[in-house]
Design a protein around this ligand. Structure first.
Ligand SMILES: [Mn+2]
Length: 310
């Protein structure tokens, strides 16, 4: 419940409902409470719960964009995928299965992570249901195109796997990374992306130029020749001052404002398939501010979808 109740307030708790109660959904939501592939600080398996708790403190009216979700169709929450913390392959299989079912709906899909490695089985699930190819925009401080370590997967691999293991479903030229920065990347992965034809925009470029033109260009590239676009948000793209509650907090990362502008622009695009918000780790958070930012980004995406449909 929101802290303040007023007879004119419409709580998000009335908007996001158990899936069994929803007939025509504005969006489908599913949680992935799994963080076993995290290389650094764990804790994002508690992300879905923290995101839902943050959503429940919000109201339906978006004062930034003047959109009221109280008039929108309900959002169907399908709960969490039944993950196994000690079995990565089996968990990833389950994630792909569930995503394949939910993505078959006309409504966009919202995924609450969970570690960023899960974005690969999410995209693999899309590949089973949504005709491709699709574009992918990644908001992340990190490239996430690592080579498997000692033959094992990690949260640092999803976009390499998406480009190499889905039979061309995600082509490099349709991959755009926004917000790369900090001293936690390797030049070899930047060169790998360049060779694959992917586009990389650093946090520095976003700060110096503003986000609008870069996001418009990202949508153009991701939408070029594709049937849809997936937006993957690793909350660690946002500066540690705005999003401390994550495994690898960013130095000089994006602002909360910039993240919301990206979510809005994406949600208004006709090819937007859905969005994942990953790496919210509440035990590292301060007063729930990271989960609240993640929830605000999701609501802004939903507001944009609703506004675009109106
Ligand atoms: Mn990441």
């Amino acid at each position: 419940m929101p802290a303040l109740r007023d007879e004119h307030d419409d709580p998000v708790a009335d908007l996001v409902r158990p899936a069994a109660e929803v007939e025509r959904a504005l969006a489908n939501v599913v949680g992935l409470p799994f963080d076993t592939t995290t290389l650094g600080r764990r804790g994002s398996r508690f992300g879905p719960g923290a995101n839902r708790a943050a959503l429940a403190t919000c109201l339906c009216y978006d004062a930034n964009f003047d959109v009221d979700l109280a008039d929108a169709p309900r959002v169907a929450d399908h709960g969490d995928v039944d993950v196994i913390q000690t079995r990565i392959d089996e968990t990833w299989d389950r994630v792909s299965e569930v995503v394949a079912v939910l993505a078959g709906d006309d409504a966009p899909l919202v995924v609450l992570g969970g570690d960023h490695g899960l974005t690969f089985p999410v995209l693999r699930g899309l590949a089973r249901t949504v005709a491709g190819p699709i574009g992918v925009i990644s908001i992340d401080a990190h490239h996430d195109v690592r080579v498997s370590q000692h033959g094992e997967v990690s949260a640092g691999v999803p976009f390499r796997y998406a480009m190499e293991r889905l039979d061309g479903y995600v082509a490099g030229r349709n991959v755009v990374q926004l917000g790369i920065g900090g001293w936690h990347n390797s030049g070899v992965y930047r060169r790998y992306l360049r060779d694959a034809g992917a586009s990389v925009v650093s946090a520095r470029e976003l700060h110096r130029d503003g986000v609008d033109a870069h996001v418009a260009r990202a949508l153009e590239l991701a939408g070029d020749g594709t049937t849809g676009i997936w937006l993957s948000i690793d909350i660690d793209a946002v500066d540690a001052a705005h999003a401390p509650g994550t495994g690898t907090p960013a130095v000089a990362g994006l602002t909360g404002h910039q993240l919301l502008e990206i979510a809005w622009a994406f949600g208004r695009h006709p090819k937007a398939l859905g969005i994942d918000v990953m790496e919210v780790a509440p035990e590292h958070d301060l007063g729930g501010m990271t989960a609240h930012l993640a929830a605000s980004a999701l609501l802004t995406f939903l507001a944009a979808r609703h506004d675009a449909a109106a």
